[in-house]
Design a protein around this ligand. Structure first.
Ligand code: CA
Length: 226
């Protein structure tokens, strides 16, 4: 059974989440601080983390960065308050995966959790290592190697890359990516996929403004060219 760690200092919100996730048969552990959250993840295998950005002892991005530096590759979904203007792409580069804005729809959050866990479960079956230009991608370890340097890939970045690679040379509709990876229907204003693509291009392209590998298929979605 999948284990989810919630790192959230608002007790009411955390209890509500916990009840709903337990109702869906997940095992849930809850931490009130970043440090306690890191300890809970280290304690037992953890399949997904729900992470508040404003914590009493450190910010959520620090928690993300520390988890990625320790080699954890599970999906991390950030819960951020609407008033916090954050640079999403910068956040993705630090190892965050996805953002759900508070107050959020519980149904949508549960759909995203279930889709992320389903994809993470199936992931090892598909081809895990390939080159994009002169860079090596390793989807098991979730890294891109550039010269001697390794850049971490977030969970959703890795999944987008996996889906584009499964259909290499083909335009993959944005709606397919949203539905298969996030488990949600496409909305015309949804920038979720685009933000991850911007971050991916920074890791895979020599000049992210003139991409040679992750191409925009006008009005459709994205296409991978190796
Ligand atoms: Ca908080």
């Amino acid at each position: 059974m999948a284990r989810i760690v919630i790192i959230e200092d608002e007790p009411e919100l955390a209890h509500g989440l916990r009840d709903n996730l337990e109702f869906e048969q997940y095992t849930v552990a809850h931490a009130l601080t970043g440090q306690q959250g890191l300890e809970l993840v280290a304690e037992r295998p953890t399949h997904l983390v729900l992470l508040d950005l404003m914590l009493p002892d450190m910010d959520g991005f620090d928690v993300c960065r520390r988890l990625r530096e320790s080699g954890y590759t599970m999906p991390i979904i950030i819960l951020s308050a609407k008033s916090q203007e954050i640079d999403k792409v910068r956040g993705l580069e630090l190892g965050a995966d996805d953002y759900v804005t508070k107050p959020f729809s519980l149904r949508e959050l549960l759909a995203r959790v279930s889709a992320a866990l389903r994809r993470a479960d199936q992931a090892p079956a598909t081809r895990a290592q390939f080159s994009v230009g002169d860079r090596q991608v390793d989807l098991v370890r979730q890294v891109v190697r550039v010269d001697e340097e390794e850049l971490p890939l977030g969970y959703y970045e890795a999944e987008i890359l996996r889906m584009l690679h499964e259909r290499v040379g083909e335009a993959v509709p944005r709606a397919d990516l949203l539905e298969q990876i996030w488990g949600v229907g496409a909305s015309p204003v949804d920038r979720t996929v685009d933000n991850h693509v911007v971050s991916l291009r920074r890791k895979l392209e020599d000049d992210p403004k003139k991409p040679q590998h992750i191409l925009t298929a006008h009005a459709v979605g994205y296409k991978l060219v190796l």
